[in-house]
Structure formats: C-alpha cells, structure tokens
Ligand binder design. Structure first.
Ligand SMILES: *[C@@H]1O[C@H](CO)[C@@H](O)[C@H](O)[C@H]1NC(C)=O
Ligand SMILES: *[C@@H]1O[C@H](CO)[C@@H](O)[C@H](O)[C@H]1NC(C)=O
Ligand SMILES: *[C@@H]1O[C@H](CO)[C@@H](O)[C@H](O)[C@H]1NC(C)=O
Ligand SMILES: *[C@@H]1O[C@H](CO)[C@@H](O)[C@H](O)[C@H]1NC(C)=O
Length: 500
C-alpha cells in the first residue's frame, strides 16, 4: 500500500520535472533558432557587401548542396550499386609478369598454358630483347623491356639486383595507363594461374580500396627470413588499382630505403608496410617453396579456390610419367569443366571394404586400407621435403602428416586421366587410373589392388565459392563394372557427415 501511495507521488514529481525539462528544451531550441536566423541575417548582410559573383557562387553552391545532396547521394549510391553489380571479371585485371631473357625459351611455355590472348591484358617484362618466335605472338602477352634500374642501390650479397626491376613492374605497368583496371596481378614466368579462380577471389574485395592480396611461403623459415606479412611473388599477388597508384608515387623512393633486401617481393612488402597496408591472405596462391612431389599438398588442398602454382621447374611433374608442361596441360581439362572444383578434397568411406577414400577432384583419388578420420585426411602428407632439402616436420607453417611407411598403409593412388562433361545430366565424369603398383600386404582385410580405375561423377558448381566454405561430400556407388570404383561427389546432403 505504501508503495502504491508513493508511486503516484513519484509519478507526479517526475512528470513535473519532465514538463520543466521540456519547457527548458523548447527555450533552448528557440534561442538557438534565433541565433541561427541572425546568422543568416548577418550572412546576407555580408553578401550585400561582398562582390556579387562570390556571393552568388557561395550562395548557389550552398543551396545546391542542400537541395541536391540527396540527389548526389542517390547518384553515388546508384553508381556504387552499378559497380557492385558489375562484378569483377577477367577484363578488369592486368597481369605483370616478371621474366628473364635467359630462361625465356622454356618459361614461356608455362605462360602459354594459362594465357588467353583475346580475353586477358598484361605484359611480360624482360631485361633485354629475346628472340621473337613467329607463333608466340598469338599465344603470349606482349613483351616489354623494363626501365633501367642501375641508379638504384642493391646491397644484398646473396640476391640479384634484377629484384629491383621486377619490383617496379607494378609501377611500370600502371604507367602504361590502361583503362578500366581494377587489379594488377603480379606473377613470375613460372607461375601458372587458374584465372577463373583468381577472378573469383578478387570479386570478394572492393577494388576501390587498398588491397594487397597473396599468400606466404610453405616454408616457415622463409617466412621468418622474409616476412609472414609478405605476398610471395612467385605465388603471385594482386594489388588494387588505387593502391598501385599510391605505390607508384612512392616506390622509387621506397626502394632506395631498402638496398639490403633480397628480392622483389620483399621490396613490395616494405613499401606496403610504409603505406600501412597489410597482406590479405588467400591460401589459393601457391609459392610452393618445397622440393620433391607436390602430391601431398595437392591431394589435400585447403578449402579455398586454387589460384596459382609456382616453382614447377623445381618440383616433380604433377602427373607421373609426363613432362612438366604436359602434366599441366592435363590439369587444364578438368579446370575447364569446373574451375571452382579443381583439386577440392572430399573424404568418404567404402563401408563394405572398410577403406578410406580421399578425392582431390580433377587431380587424384587415394584409397587407404582402414578407416582414417577426416581430420587426418585433410592434412597434407609429406610427399615433399622442405626448401632446404630436409625432411623436417617442423618446417611448415601448417599441419602435415607423415607418409606411412607400413606397406599396408600405403595408399592406392589414382591420377586423373580423362575428364568430360555430360550436358544432358549437367555432370562431369572424370576417370582416375593407377600408375604404380603397391607393395604386397599381408593384412586379412579387403585389398584395393583389384580396383584399377576410379570414376567420379560431379555436377559443376560455379557458385561453390559464393557459399561458406565446406568440403564436398563423396559417396561410393554400387557398380557392376569390374575393377572400377564409382564415386559421386557433390554438396553434402542434410545430416551427411564423414562417418562410417
Ligand atoms: C566485364 O565487365 C564489364 C563491366 O564492367 C563488361 O562491360 C564486360 O562485358 C565484362 N566482360 C566479360 C568478359 O564478362
Ligand atoms: C617481336 O616482333 C614484333 C613484330 O613482329 C615486334 O613488334 C616486337 O617488338 C618484337 N618483340 C621483341 C621483344 O623483340
Ligand atoms: C611411363 O612411360 C614409359 C615410357 O614412355 C612407358 O613405358 C610406361 O608404360 C609408362 N607408364 C605408365 C604407367 O603409363
Ligand atoms: C548445373 O548444375 C549446377 C549445380 O547444381 C548449377 O549451378 C548449374 O547452373 C547447372 N548448369 C546447367 C547448364 O544446367
């Protein structure tokens, strides 16, 4: 009861202060309005005194801003929307390829693998003239000779001063003044791009802002020596147009501040650091600072589009029994059918045989005796050795797993041999064949030796990377085909989990 009687009192009190407050507020408002209008009076008074032109300009501009700000905003929004709608495509990218005359004859074959002369724009920058082979002109970007850089200081005892020339490719390419450029993408002459995926990755970012996009090395030590904040040049990196513009203005001064650095990419990173722009990491750019076989890395690619491959001269050919260039040509077949899906991993079990299956779409399939967990299978097997040619499991800035020594745990490996598209079913069919015999094993479980070939069915999924990243699922299908395993790969169904 007491509370009840207190309440109205309290109420009254508060409402009384409220009305007082309101009155005060209105008073304040009218005073400020008065001052505001007085300001106008004095302003117009000033107007009369000043020369007409000046006044009318300020006045007109004043009114126009007030009346048309909304219009301007609308307009800006409109163009923004249009620009957002006009998704980045291959025509917005300009490539700057760093090359050397000495290696040109063999390296140009890598560029021919991915270059599409009528669709792409870019320049190969060389230090001197090279022999012009007649057919090349239609298969390669135009060649240009870089500016002389002998005036720059270079004091690294181990590196080569061509680093300065390569580093300046961004600025030299920008100065060519090409139109409608959103991104400059740098690469080496031995970098192979999956350009559809490059476009897909760049579409995620606003090209009107400052972006420096690429990835680190596979070598932890290299990343310590250079920087974890550096985009490795061989893996390729992208610089948005406005950032390239800002870089161009200061790059020559910046380069002079770092004569002791080793390469071209650390010089870029030093300037990025001065500009205050961090590296935006995209794991699909691959520097491949390793030796040996890339198989482990390519069979368990991170869940991100494959953008580039590099150091292809140093590692083994990606498909066995082929030249390096031929092996990459082989990979172009599935890339053409479903670029988003290339080398994407899926993991499943053959429940009748108790086998684990790991698919790297368009590249390879592995069958393991026994059941391995998904978290093990998504780790790359160390089929490679580190940059310093040592087998060292601590050498990498990511998890790896050992290659099993036990004869029975050695996976059965099938490499992609053909891939085609069935228009009627809107489905790709890719075949994987075994090229190596596995050692004899005395386990009493089912033996995959009988499986000579794996047949994968998968719908192309151009929107794969528009969704949150998730591994595809795979399912072993029943088949009457002898010696063939048939697998379906695709988006996971509801409640589909990798379990036996
Ligand atoms: C790329 O986008 C532009 C619009 O910005 C458009 O005019 C052009 O046709 C597109 N090119 C391709 C190859 O899709
Ligand atoms: C190659 O030949 C073309 C004409 O055939 C010429 O325009 C171009 O400058 C030559 N390039 C080099 C690097 O010599
Ligand atoms: C590999 O190439 C050699 C020589 O060209 C050939 O004899 C052999 O059959 C090939 N092996 C496979 C598995 O294709
Ligand atoms: C094929 O299927 C994919 C995935 O369902 C779809 O995105 C694509 O549009 C289809 N293509 C055709 C030609 O029907």
């Amino acid at each position: 009861m007491k509370n009840n009687s207190k309440d109205p009192e309290h109420h009254f009190h508060s409402s009384w202060t409220f009305s007082k407050l309101m009155a005060f507020f209105f008073l304040l408002l009218s005073i400020s309005y008065l001052f505001y209008s007085l300001r106008f009076v004095s302003f117009s008074y000033k107007c009369d005194q000043n020369q007409n032109t000046h006044i009318s300009i300020t006045h007109v501009s004043d009114t126009t801003t007030t009346t048309t700000t909304s219009e301007v905003v609308k307009l800006e929004r409109g163009t923004e929307k249009e620009q957002a709608f006009e998704e980045t495509n291959i025509s917005h990218i300009v490539f700057g390829i760093g090359a050397s005359a000495k290696l040109w004859k063999q390296r140009k074959e890598y560029i021919k693998l991915w270059w599409r002369p009528n669709e792409m724009r870019g320049i190969v920058w060389l230090e001197q003239k090279v022999e012009n082979e007649s057919n090349d002109e239609n298969l390669l970007p135009p060649l240009k000779i870089s500016e002389d850089t002998s005036r720059f200081k270079y004091k690294n005892p181990k590196g080569h001063r061509s680093a300065i020339r390569i580093s300046r490719i961004v600025s030299e390419t920008l100065r060519l003044g090409m139109e409608n450029v959103r991104w400059f993408v740098m690469g080496d002459d031995d970098t192979v791009f999956v350009t559809e995926n490059l476009v897909k990755v760049l579409q995620k970012y606003d090209h009107n802002q400052f972006y420096y996009i690429g990835s680190s090395s596979e070598s932890h030590l290299q990343n310590i020596y250079f920087s974890y904040n550096m985009a490795y040049g061989g893996g390729g990196f992208a610089i948005s147009y406005p950032l390239a513009l800002a870089l161009e203005k200061m790059q020559d001064r910046c380069i002079q501040r770092y004569p002791g650095l080793y390469g071209s990419d650390d010089r870029i990173q030093a300037c990025m650091s001065e500009l205050g722009v961090p590296l935006t990491k995209e794991k699909g750019f691959h520097q491949f600072d390793v030796h040996g076989s890339l198989f482990g890395l390519l069979a368990a690619h991170p869940l991100t589009p494959l953008v580039s491959l590099h150091h292809l001269d140093l590692v083994e050919p990606i498909f066995p029994n082929m030249t390096r260039v031929h092996a990459l040509k082989q990979l172009k077949v599935p890339i053409k059918l479903d670029p988003a899906g290339i080398m994407q991993q899926s993991i499943c079990y053959d429940s009748t045989h108790k086998w684990t299956i790991s698919v790297s779409w368009g590249y390879a399939v592995q069958i393991f005796r026994g059941i391995f967990s998904a978290r093990e299978m998504e780790m790359p097997a160390r089929t490679f050795i580190n940059w310093y040619k040592r087998a060292d499991y601590t050498a990498y800035p990511f998890n790896t797993r050992p290659v099993s020594r036990h004869v029975c745990q050695k996976p059965f490996v099938y490499h992609m041999s053909t891939a085609l598209y069935d228009k009627g079913k809107n489905e790709t069919m890719s075949l994987y064949v075994r090229t190596q015999e596995n050692p004899a094993c005395n386990w009493k479980m089912a033996d995959p030796t009988q499986i000579r070939m794996v047949e994968l069915h998968k719908k192309p999924d151009p929107h794969l990377w528009d969704k949150s990243p998730r591994r595809n699922c795979c399912r072993v299908q029943r088949t009457k085909k002898k010696g063939t395993m048939v697998i379906d790969v695709g988006e996971c169904r509801e409640n589909e989990v990798i379990e036996l």
